[in-house]
Design a protein around this ligand. Structure first.
Ligand code: PGA
Length: 250
C-alpha cells in the first residue's frame, strides 16, 4: 500500500482567522510527515477559498464536505463541484452519514454527487458504513455491500476516488470499532471493490479516531488511512494521527 491518506473533516466548525490558523498549524507539522501521509483538510465552505490560498505550495490539500449532484441552478444554499474546484479544493467528501441522515441522501444521490465531483476533477472521499441498529441485526455486511455497489460510480478508481468506512455508531461517540471489526470489514470492502474492478482504491477508517489508537488502526491490513472528525480540530492531535501512519515500504 502507498502512503496513508489522513483526511480531517471539520464539519460545521471553523470561522475566520482561527480556522486559517488551524490550517496553518497543520501545514507546518505536515512537512515532516510527507514520507508517510497524504494530508487533506475539509473546512467549511465559507473559509475554503481563504484556507486553500494559505495552503498553496504546501503539503496539505483542501477538500469540500459535500457537493450538489447537479452542475448549477436553483438549489438554494447548495454548493456545486465547480464552486469547490474554483475555491481551490482538490477533494470532496460525499455520502457522509450525517448527510445521509440529516439530508436523506440515498445511494443514488451519493453516486450522482461523486460523479459530478469526478467530472470537475475533484477526488471524492465517499463514506459508507452501517448504523448500530443494522449491526445489531447482523446486517452490517449487507448494508455495506449495498453502498459499495450502489453509491460508488464507475471509473471511481481512475478518478482517484477514496472510500471511507465509518460505522455510524462510532462517529463522534468516542466508541471506536475494535481492531477485529475494522479488519474484518475492510477485508470485506476490499473484496467487494475487487468485484467491481476497483481493487486499488484506498479504504480509510473513520469514527472516533484519536492519537492514542491511531497506530493500531493504521497498522490494520487494508486500512489506507483515516477520516478524522473531532480530533482534526486540534492541530497537534490531527498531526499525531498522521505521524502514527506506517512509512510505506520503498
Ligand atoms: P469523529 O468523526 O472522528 O468525530 O468520530 C469522524 C467523521 O464523521 O468523519
Amino acid at each position: 500500500m502507498g502512503k496513508a491518506v489522513i483526511a480531517g473533516n471539520w464539519k460545521m466548525n471553523g470561522v475566520g482567522a482561527a480556522a486559517e490558523q488551524l490550517a496553518c498549524d497543520v501545514r507546518d507539522g505536515a512537512w515532516s510527515l510527507r514520507d508517510r501521509a497524504e494530508i487533506i483538510i475539509c473546512p467549511p465552505a465559507t473559509v475554503l477559498t481563504r484556507i486553500a490560498k494559505a495552503m498553496e505550495g504546501g503539503p496539505v490539500m483542501v477538500g469540500g464536505q459535500d457537493c450538489h449532484a447537479k452542475v448549477e441552478g436553483a438549489h438554494t444554499g447548495d454548493i456545486s463541484a465547480e464552486m469547490l474546484k474554483d475555491a481551490g479544493a482538490t477533494h470532496v467528501i460525499v455520502g457522509h452519514s450525517e448527510r445521509r441522515t440529516d439530508h436523506g441522501e440515498t445511494n443514488a444521490i451519493v453516486e450522482a454527487k461523486a460523479r459530478m465531483a469526478m467530472n470537475w476533477g475533484l477526488r471524492p472521499i465517499l463514506c459508507i458504513g452501517e448504523t448500530l441498529a443494522q449491526r445489531e441485526k447482523g446486517r452490517a455486511r449487507e448494508i455495506v455491500q449495498d453502498q459499495v455497489f450502489n453509491s460508488i460510480p464507475h471509473e471511481f478508481e481512475e478518478a482517484g476516488g477514496i472510500v471511507a468506512y465509518e460505522p455510524v455508531w462510532a462517529i463522534g461517540t468516542g466508541k471506536t470499532a475494535s481492531v477485529e471489526e475494522i479488519a474484518e470489514m475492510h477485508h470485506y470492502i476490499r473484496w467487494l471493490l475487487g468485484n467491481r474492478q476497483m481493487g486499488a482504491v484506498p479504504i480509510l477508517y473513520g469514527g472516533s479516531v484519536k492519537p492514542a489508537i491511531a497506530a493500531s488502526i493504521l497498522a490494520i491490513p487494508e486500512v489506507g488511512g483515516a477520516l478524522v472528525g473531532g480530533a482534526s480540530l486540534v492541530a497537534s492531535d490531527f498531526l499525531a494521527i498522521a505521524a502514527a501512519a506506517p512509512v510505506p515500504a520503498a
